[in-house]
Design a binder for this molecule. Structure first.
Ligand SMILES: NC(=O)c1ccc[n+]([C@@H]2O[C@H](COP(=O)([O-])OP(=O)(O)OC[C@H]3O[C@@H](n4cnc5c(N)ncnc54)[C@H](OP(=O)(O)O)[C@@H]3O)[C@@H](O)[C@H]2O)c1
Length: 282
């Protein structure tokens, strides 16, 4: 029987991941911690608590995920996403556990014209991207047995995300302006949780890219959300990232090549539009 510890268990991905892990590994012990149980910014506490639990596997998905907030709060971004990850890695290696770290497409600059491979060199352009990349580096430096999973454009049943934001805005306005020059793949947290569980079953190591297949812009994604929710009367206006002028720059093209996942586990991620349909039907 394995002891699996999830850190960040009450976040958007965490809540789905806890349920999926229970169904994939019914005979293992699964522990879910979040900020109430442990503040990963505190090195001693984090290392002590992980070593006390003695898990075989630590899945670290806790993060400061406010991408724009990170620009004005650089200290917190690095304290949680980089140093926090180093503390988790210290705890995990202290009890010879394997570590899984969730990272992001925002480690790339978005200048590539084809899907990013796992070994493409990261070149983050935002504070969030830099802090997550530093977290990746700490994991690689301090762990012998690790898995880094880069994903993107997450949405799911829990927490705030692009889907909830579009639905909220559509209930308040007649027209929405949505960015049409950033390309990526919206990824359903349930599908990501299943892919993570599959990678665990295969004892995969190294870096993997995991996202739903097919690509789109936020504008196309927004249109699909409005259609599926029956709010087609709301007008959608395509705008550029420059017009939106968010504090954090985003990569214009951050599609992830997920062939390695398929090759090593046989697991294929379905198209984002299919996953979105399921999200609206459940
Ligand atoms: N969302 C995306 O589109 C996306 C894309 C690519 C990669 N990722 C990565 O995927 C992972 C999961 O993302 P998510 O969207 O599910 O994030 P989320 O909903 O923000 O969940 C993260 C969880 O971590 C907790 N947390 C924050 N600071 C902490 C600390 N110091 N100690 C312990 N726990 C702390 C948060 O608590 P509070 O809510 O109380 O702060 C929250 O429950 C993250 O590693 C993220 O970087 C996300």
């Amino acid at each position: 029987m394995k002891r699996i510890l999830v850190i960040g268990a009450k976040g958007m991905l965490g809540r789905d991941l806890m349920g999926v892990l229970l169904s994939f590994f019914p005979h293992d012990e699964i522990f879910g911690w979040d900020i109430e149980e442990i503040d990963i910014q505190k090195e001693e506490d984090t290392v002590f608590e992980i070593e006390k639990l003695r898990p075989n596997l630590v899945i670290h998905i806790a993060a400061y995920t406010d991408v724009d907030g990170c620009e004005s709060n650089k200290e917190k971004a690095f304290a949680v996403n980089a140093e926090g990850t180093r503390h988790v890695a210290l705890g995990a290696s202290g009890c010879q556990a394997k570590m899984i770290y969730l990272s992001t497409d925002y480690v790339f600059d978005g200048k590539k014209k084809e899907p990013y491979l796992e070994n493409d060199p990261p070149q983050p352009i935002s504070v969030y991207g830099h802090s997550k990349w530093k977290g990746e580096q700490y994991v690689q430096e301090s762990m012998r047995d690790f898995l880094i999973i880069r994903t993107q454009w997450l949405y799911g049943r829990y927490g705030k995300n692009f889907v909830t934001s579009i639905l909220r805005q559509a209930s308040e306005k007649k027209a929405l302006s949505i960015v049409n020059d950033q390309i990526g793949s919206p990824t359903y947290t349930v599908d990501l949780a299943k892919a993570i569980s599959t990678l665990i079953q295969f004892d995969a190591r190294g870096i993997f890219h995991v996202a739903n297949s097919d690509l789109c812009t936020w504008y196309t994604f927004g249109q699909a959300i409005l259609k599926l929710s029956g709010m087609n009367k709301v007008r959608v206006i395509p705008i550029s990232s420059k017009e939106l002028a968010r504090p954090a720059p985003r990569p214009l093209y951050s599609v992830l090549n997920c062939q390695k996942l398929k090759k090593e586990t046989g697991w294929t991620m379905r198209p984002w539009s299919e996953a979105l349909k399921e999200h609206f039907s459940t």
